[in-house]
Ligand binder design. Sequence first.
Ligand code: PLP
Length: 312
Amino acid sequence: MLDTSATPTTAADRTVAPTAAGTPAPAPLPVRPRTAVLGRGEVPWDFPVVTADDAGLGRGDGCFETLRVLGGPRGPRLLQLEAHLARFARSAAALDLPVPDPGLWLALVQPLLAEVGEGQEATLRMLLTRGTPTGGPTGVVTLREVPEVTRRAREDGISVVTLDRGVVPDAYTSAPWLLGGTKTLSYVLNMAALREAARRGADDVLFRTGDGEVLEGPTSTLVWSADGELLTTPTDRGGILAGTTLQAAFDGARAAGRRTAVRRTDVGELGRADGVWFLSSVRGAVEVTSIDAHRLFRDPATTRDLRSWIEA
Ligand code: PLP
């Protein structure tokens, strides 16, 4: 049941901890963008990788993964690589696309990683489209710099507005062709929601149902803490993507002796939480500082813990 007694207090009533998610990271060295194409190898970064009749271009028919690359003393690392490859395979299978061969994709990825030196980071994207009737599927890997807006979100946190997703969670189980929980290329609705957030003066979106159950962000998993426990929303009805970052964070939390749980919640409960975060591969864990202009408590110590579990 939803907690209807959970009326958030006003911003003025709240004691809000100062920003202390860690000392600001120094501006990283720029990373040169690079591109590689399955069956072809590396190409100039701005090479035209699809033809006009590619189903990925015309219909958003395909799937993708976005990973964070961290340069360290022992070379570059792809965070949560196994989980990303597993989800890529699940997405391809859900779309009746050939399941990506990890060996082939890693051979494509590996040379690009050389770009990421110690202290640097980058975004790596793997895209698989249905391609063309004659040429078959298209596979592309890109390596790009982490955008400035991402680094700012890590330091300052993000303001969030709730938006009705318009699809009830149970719809995904009775209509599997909605591809709930599949990371398809069709992010046009998610991007429209983010533009709506910007129009409302917020940084990001928390999707909710019509009756107030909260779900996830357009590109992030929701996490909150209450009484020392870390919580997230359930993916079992298919409308919420199973996050690789969440998996790493909760594995780390449990190993460190912290309790974790998965359950439904609403905005009222989040308003009283000890901390609220959005988790995703490239941003990592970012603090949600307000929901619908209601300021939230911040828990910088847990932010640091989440980041260390994610980056372990
Ligand atoms: N939920 C949605 C809808 C997403 O698009 C994403 C990532 O893009 C996530 C959650 C977080 O997933 P991950 O942690 O694997 O990046």
